[in-house]
Design a protein around this ligand. Structure first.
Ligand SMILES: Cc1cc2nc3c(=O)[nH]c(=O)nc-3n(C[C@H](O)[C@H](O)[C@H](O)COP(=O)(O)O)c2cc1C
Ligand SMILES: [Mn+2]
Length: 480
């Protein structure tokens, strides 16, 4: 997509953080260019159907390519999905090595960069005050039993009614009427602000920002204290202040480079049915009475792009995993400096199963570490602790450690009836058990007992050079 417009008051160029160091990505369009240059972007034929067909294609390409859908369902605004399919892609977006992603996120979360306001913004090139969302935007329906078309990749910007500080989070938004959305607000920051507003009988102003770069999306998932503005974490990830613009109907500030902004407010005393919706554990989030947002205005770029996240896809999983890993690692390392790395496994829906790699110093400490991890986030349901010779980025390695270093009568910890994830259908409304597995070697084991087999020279040997290229005629080869 051509870069047709630029903000008139662009922030100054960023200071570099090293000679020729790769720079963080700053806009959705730059990111699409980056993906296209690496053969990680697919463009479909025009007019793919918004109901299921679009999600079906995005899902099939999940993990390999992001997808651009021109004229989806005949709508002039294109849709993009699958912006992050891989942790390596997020490293590229940050401008760091894959092994540095967690540390970079921790650094950004600890050193937020205040945003910079601009007067005119690409996000407001076109302004609609007569709002019919289904007509203005290409809203897709993803899963078989979803309650309707959804906005699934919008940053919900709200403000603390008491302090004025902004918050950013992502919430599923079901189309409930031409200018009404049913929104799932789990009890975190946006929900808290809404309760403050509702108690005084007032609406809560909100803006939904669709079409931002992957770092701003990631920042929205930071597990930060209340009154930490996640747009400032986005600034830190960008290594320069994020340009923001004031909304046309409220005091909220939104990313100026965004593709689309939906302005409105949550209504006090109003609830409407929302759901079901296909969620990250690969099950449906239930249909229930939820908060309602009424929309007053939609603004967008002249040639706007709409972003959708297919529930349970890698984009959804990784956006949650990276900030959680950053928080869990920092949390564990405060008490256990010998914790080296953590990983929320993909099979554990990037939320429930945590691998912890330690440099073991003391028998029994793996069990203390498990308990620390359960306390670190209530979603964590299973913790496997391994030694530093086990690669926790490879689930097969972790399973091997469990297979050969773990005995259930001695190395298993179960905490019954504790708080878990309400989206885990095996819990009783979020009440379930925790399980910890100590798969570390005993410190006192005789050296040869846990010595991993190794063929000397296996890594170094030049196999390609030694194999005659493509030759399969073994009889002729043996004759010399
Ligand atoms: C794609 C995606 C969809 C999400 N949907 C919801 C949702 O519908 N409701 C919700 O409360 N949280 C949802 N979340 C999680 C929140 O956005 C996340 O926990 C956020 O960090 C909360 O911000 P806060 O701590 O500032 O309140 C979603 C996250 C992602 C990545
Ligand atoms: Mn927050």
């Amino acid at each position: 997509m051509a870069q047709a417009t630029r903000p008139r008051s662009e922030p100054p160029p960023a200071p570099t953080h090293g000679d020729n160091a790769p720079q963080p990505v700053r806009s959705l369009r730059d990111w699409l260019d980056h993906l296209a240059a690496r053969d990680r972007l697919a463009v479909t034929r025009p007019e793919v159907g918004l109901r299921f067909e679009l999600a079906a294609i995005a899902k099939r390409l999940d993990g390999r390519r992001a997808t651009v859908f021109p004229r989806p369902g005949g709508h002039p605004i294109p849709v993009v999905s699958g912006l992050i399919s891989d942790r390596g892609w997020m490293a590229d977006a940050m401008g760091v090595e894959p092994g540095e992603v967690i540390a970079r996120f921790q650094e950004a979360a600890l050193n937020p960069v205040p945003w910079q306001e601009t007067k005119s913004a690409p996000a407001q090139e076109v302004i609609h005050r007569q709002v019919d969302l289904a007509r203005l935007l290409p809203l897709p329906t993803h899963n078989e039993h979803d309650g309707g078309p959804y906005i699934s990749a919008g940053l919900m910007i709200t403000r603390n009614p008491r302090t004025g500080k902004q918050n950013v989070s992502i919430h599923r938004c079901q189309l409930n009427g031409p200018n009404r959305l049913g929104v799932l607000l789990l009890p975190r920051h946006a929900h808290m602000f809404f309760e403050m507003a509702e108690q005084s009988g007032r609406p809560l102003e909100a803006a939904i920002v669709v079409g931002v770069d992957p770092l701003t999306l990631l920042a929205s998932q930071a597990i930060a204290p209340i009154d930490t503005d996640e747009l400032e974490i986005a600034g830190a990830l960008h290594r320069r202040p994020l340009a923001v613009v004031k909304c046309t109907r409220s005091e909220l500030r939104v990313p100026a480079e965004a593709e689309i902004v939906i302005e409105g407010r949550f209504l006090p005393g109003v609830r409407e049915l929302e759901g079901p919706f296909g969620e990250f554990p690969q099950y449906y989030g239930e249909r229930a009475e939820r908060h309602v947002m009424e929309i007053d205005a939609v603004t967008h770029r002249k040639d706007a792009i709409f972003h959708t996240i297919v529930g349970g896809g890698l984009e959804h999983l990784l956006l949650g995993a990276i900030p959680r890993e950053a928080t869990l690692l920092a949390h564990l390392q405060r008490s256990f400096p010998n914790v080296r790395d953590v990983r929320l496994s993909q099979g554990g829906v990037c939320r429930y199963h945590l691998y912890v790699q330690i440099r073991k110093r003391q028998e029994g400490e793996a069990k203390n570490i498990m308990l620390g991890a359960f306390a670190g986030h209530y979603d964590v349901k299973q913790v496997i602790v391994v030694d530093e010779d086990v690669d926790i980025h490879d689930s097969n390695e972790v399973e091997w450690a469990v297979a050969t270093r773990f005995q259930a009568d001695r190395d298993l910890v179960i905490v019954p009836e504790s708080q878990g994830s309400k989206l885990d259908p095996s819990t009783r409304d979020g009440v379930g058990a925790k399980m910890g597995l100590d798969a570390t070697k005993p410190l006192t084991a005789a050296e040869m007992v846990f010595k991993r087999i190794r063929v000397p020279g296996e890594e170094a040997v030049d196999v390609e050079g030694l194999l005659k290229s493509g030759r399969t005629d073994w009889r002729a080869a043996l004759k010399g």
